[in-house]
Design a protein around this ligand. Structure first.
Ligand SMILES: Nc1ncnc2c1ncn2[C@@H]1O[C@H](COP(=O)(O)OP(=O)(O)OP(=O)(O)O)[C@@H](O)[C@H]1O
Ligand SMILES: [Mg+2]
Length: 305
């Protein structure tokens, strides 16, 4: 990373395990009647946590994810705010100041994204092997052919896809398999953050559950942080350590999943929970693993009730 993109200040002393800090982020679509899709959003993502981002369609979830990755394109514009990545060496990287080459490297190596509808975004005329290889070659030019092949096999195995599928083309795979391949691509360079935008919404419930179990297991093993975006709050309650609730561009509540379920503070959160009557009881035990249900991070004070 260039020195110009490195902030002088270290992480907040109270937030030593932060991997990403978003402060007061505002994103506007500059169309005839400008739309402020994200309004003053602030949140801190901790190392190794699964942070759910919930909210109804159009509330700004995807816009927020694109901005964090600097993938937003006109008419979208970041009107204000800071996005700071805290790397393993203890440096703070000002994401909004990254120059092209550093930004490209940041996107795959530090923070990767599984896009909404991504399983249909694989290149239809290229084998899975070639797609994994191209990404690896672009970012790790010194890897030998054998190393590229070995890493490709390894990531597919990690997401539960038979490595013989490396020779397959996307249309030869089921939707669930394609989504697993997208997750494998996202973890190819061992990023510290993976943003997943509705990664399982298009899948049937059985496959969805398998993939969610896989994501939680991978997080437990590899310790990356996940921002998991979906309008499906019950699903988030099962897999997330904490949940941010978005309403019309604002993060109106951010708390541990347990507390959000037990004591929702914002009326909109209560409304969201109220629309899922089956939530009471021992949800969460099935998928979540390695998480102490009684511990979890302290409630955030970032978002007032
Ligand atoms: N290119 C664009 N031009 C103008 N407005 C846009 C554009 N893209 C998105 N918006 C608006 O920004 C707001 C947020 O959209 P966004 O796609 O971020 O929502 P979302 O929470 O991801 O919704 P969903 O759950 O349907 O994926 C919406 O009001 C949407 O209409
Ligand atoms: Mg979206």
């Amino acid at each position: 990373m260039t020195s110009t993109a490195t902030l002088a200040v270290g992480p907040d002393a109270t937030d030593r395990d932060a991997v990403l800090t978003i402060r007061d982020l505002t994103v506007v679509y500059e169309v005839e009647e400008p739309v402020t899709a994200v309004k003053g959003a602030s949140l801190t993502l901790h190392r190794g946590e699964i942070l759910g981002l919930a909210g109804e369609s159009g509330c700004g979830k995807t816009t927020l994810a694109y901005a964090v990755n600097r993938l937003h394109r006109p008419p979208a514009r970041i009107a204000s705010g800071d996005i700071v990545f805290h790397d393993r060496a203890g440096h703070d990287v000002d994401v909004l100041a990254l120059e092209d080459a550093d930004l490209r490297e940041f996107r795959w190596s530090q923070l990767s994204m599984v896009f909404q509808g991504a399983m249909n975004a694989l290149n239809p005329v290229t084998s899975i092997r070639a797609q994994l290889r191209d990404t690896l070659r672009a970012h790790r030019p010194r890897m030998t052919r054998a190393q590229v092949e070995a890493r490709s096999v390894e990531v597919l195995e990690r997401v539960g896809v038979d490595p013989r599928r490396l020779s397959s083309y996307p249309h030869e795979l089921s939707g669930g398999m394609r989504q697993r391949v997208m997750i494998a691509m996202a973890m190819l360079l061992e990023p510290q953050i993976m943003i997943m935008d509705e990664p399982t919404t298009a899948l049937d419930v059985v496959v969805q559950r398998e993939i969610l179990t896989e994501i939680v297991r991978l997080r437990d093993e590899l310790d990356f942080a996940v921002v998991f975006i979906t309008h499906d709050l019950p699903l988030l309650l099962e897999i997330s350590d904490r949940i941010a609730v978005m309403l019309r561009g604002e993060i109106v509540e951010l708390d541990t999943s347990q507390r959000l379920l037990r004591e929702p503070r914002h009326p909109y959160t209560r409304k969201l929970l109220g629309s899922f009557p089956s939530l009471h009881g021992e949800r969460g035990a099935f998928i979540r693993s390695g998480v102490d249900e009684t511990a979890g991070p302290e409630p955030t004070t970032e978002v007032p009730a």
